[in-house]
Design a protein around this ligand. Structure first.
Ligand SMILES: Cc1cc2nc3c(=O)[nH]c(=O)nc-3n(C[C@H](O)[C@H](O)[C@H](O)COP(=O)(O)OP(=O)(O)OC[C@H]3O[C@@H](n4cnc5c(N)ncnc54)[C@H](O)[C@@H]3O)c2cc1C
Length: 490
């Protein structure tokens, strides 16, 4: 019996599909990547392609998966990435600035150009001799038992047929592979639109004293205008502009009918942004740019036998508020690859008794489901935090205590944002730990409160009797409280 090299058909050459192609090629498989859109690297196609956002935040999970290709793709992408070390809040009408660092050790997330990242990954995949990329081909349906795909040529409308040992769906939130997969497995499936949508705007560079373009705001922050029921954010771009995204309920978008409505709305809520964007440019962009919807998709299982698996948004589309959608999709790729190694899946099938691939895909569904559920929930939770929580004194107090404790007992107390964005710790573990820490932080908060009150009472008493230094007592009370909390969490 001859052992044939395994073939994989990856549907969707978005960021996740293109990265998956590199990983399978590295394992020695024959890879065919199918993409419905035209080749985005060709200048004539650039204007035709509508991306979901202009830039996005790349963090540790995404970088780890890029690095795992062994092709230094993390370095390639980071060449044009802009580090953002914290949030810059624009509070109130006038936009008073408040900086909140993301990590206590200066950790950064990175603003990257989505189109360039996708193009670089397709180029990296195509450079490998065992990868073939086809554009303008949209999957219509797949027969998973036979391993056949039916695709439509978007230009000629012809039907093209293809075959593969394994079909991998990386075709986004409205996945055609997932639709086929549903016919083969009892898939639990949920799709939910949140009532909020988004509109992209931009802040152009300002011209500096030397006549060169400069950032109009601090470029090392992700800027947020939290307005409780809605918010606006801005991420820096290498050309010194900022891409601004306004997130708000569709009802608010629909209430803006004309220039007067728009300007009244912006003058009321985002006064400083009007100056930064420029009134005419704001009007032009707001009415020209589409208002996108935000969908959440949950599915389980993610695979069928040794025939098919879905990854990235096809398996778990989440709201974008943790900046994790793509990072998580990249992590899917890394984890699938590590399972193929764990189950010793070879690039050739070792006879009919070779169940290694099926076992690896089953392990993926079994191990990944709780993490994907957790990050979808965290992403939704973070919307409330970004548009509202960041301005609340209770939230700020918790953050401060959490940061102190993280410095004091770094392995015991880890802020949620650090676990999600600056580590590869499983999302479900981060989620569980955050809840457990919440209890101890409550204890710490109460201890600090009691310590402070006790300190003040004592100070008042001593002041009358001995005029001792109130500050010293206050400090001692606080240190006592912190010490007892340290003991509790150890
Ligand atoms: C406003 C916004 C901001 C975001 N910001 C961030 C962020 O800061 N950080 C982050 O990590 N994530 C972010 N995300 C999420 C991120 O965009 C997605 O998670 C990511 O694009 C998913 O990648 P993907 O390759 O799985 O799917 P997609 O990017 O959707 O790519 C799917 C590909 O499949 C192709 N395709 C679709 N159907 C077919 C078919 N039938 N046949 C062939 N090809 C097909 C599509 O053309 C596309 O190229 C954001 C999302 C939004 C909406």
């Amino acid at each position: 019996m001859t052992n044939k090299t395994r073939s994989v058909a990856i549907v969707g050459a978005g960021p996740v599909g293109a990265l998956m192609a590199v990983y399978f090629a590295n394992r020695g498989w024959n890879v065919h990547l199918y993409e419905t859109r035209p080749d985005m690297r060709l200048p004539e196609n650039k204007a035709k392609i509508q991306n979901r956002s202009i830039n996005l935040a790349l963090s540790v999970r995404g970088l780890t998966a890029l690095k795992g290709t062994g092709l230094a793709l993390d370095e390639l992408i980071m060449k044009s990435g802009l580090p953002m070390r914290g949030r810059m809040l624009h509070i109130g009408r006038e936009g008073q600035l408040v900086s909140q660092d993301y990590g206590v050790h200066g950790e950064c997330i990175n603003s990257v150009d989505r189109a360039k990242l996708n193009e670089d990954l397709i180029t990296a995949a195509e450079a490998l001799s065992n990868v073939h990329v086809s554009f303008n081909l949209a999957l219509k349906r797949a027969n998973l038992d036979k391993g056949t795909l039916e695709l439509e040529n978007k230009i000629t409308k012809e039907v093209v047929r293809a075959e593969a040992d394994l079909i991998v769906g990386c075709d986004g939130a409205y996945s055609a592979v997932r639709n086929s997969l549903m016919r083969y497995v009892r898939m639990d499936f949920e799709q939910e639109y949140i009532p909020h949508g988004y509109c992209e705007l931009s802040i152009p560079p300002k011209i500096g004293a030397d006549g060169k373009p400069e950032f109009a705001m601090d470029s090392q922050h992700l800027h947020i205008w939290p307005r409780h029921k809605f918010m606006m954010i801005a991420l820096p771009n290498p050309d010194k502009s900022f891409t601004v995204t306004l997130f708000m309920p569709f009802a608010n978008f629909e209430a803006i009918h004309n220039e007067q409505d728009l300007m009244a709305f912006f003058e009321e809520y985002f006064t400083d942004a009007v100056t930064l964007i420029g009134k005419d440019f704001l009007i032009k962009e707001y009415f020209k740019n589409p208002k996108g919807s935000l969908v959440m998709v949950k599915a389980n299982p993610y695979h069928y036998k040794d025939r098919c698996i879905i990854l990235g948004d096809a398996a778990h589309s989440m709201v974008p508020f943790y900046g994790q959608g793509m990072n998580c999709g990249f992590e899917d790729v890394r984890i699938l690859d590590s399972l193929l190694s764990e189950f010793n899946v070879k690039s050739t099938k070792q006879g009919d008794s070779d169940k290694s691939l099926e076992q690896a895909l089953q392990a993926y569904t079994d191990r990944r489901a709780k993490d994907l559920k957790a990050i979808c929930e965290l992403a939704l939770y973070n919307y409330t935090e970004m548009r509202h929580g960041v301005t609340s004194p209770v939230y700020l107090m918790r953050k401060k205590i959490e940061s102190w404790l993280h410095l004091l007992v770094p392995t015991r107390v880890i802020p949620l944002y650090t676990m999600v964005s600056f580590s590869n710790r499983p999302y479900s573990e981060a989620y569980g730990r955050h809840h457990r820490q919440g209890f101890w932080l409550g204890v710490a908060g109460a201890a600090v409160g009691l310590g402070t009150a006790a300190g003040l009472v004592l100070a008042g008493w001593k002041q009358r009797r001995q005029l001792r230094d109130v500050g010293e007592l206050f400090k001692a009370a606080f240190l006592n409280a912190a010490h007892s909390v340290q003991k509790l969490v150890q």
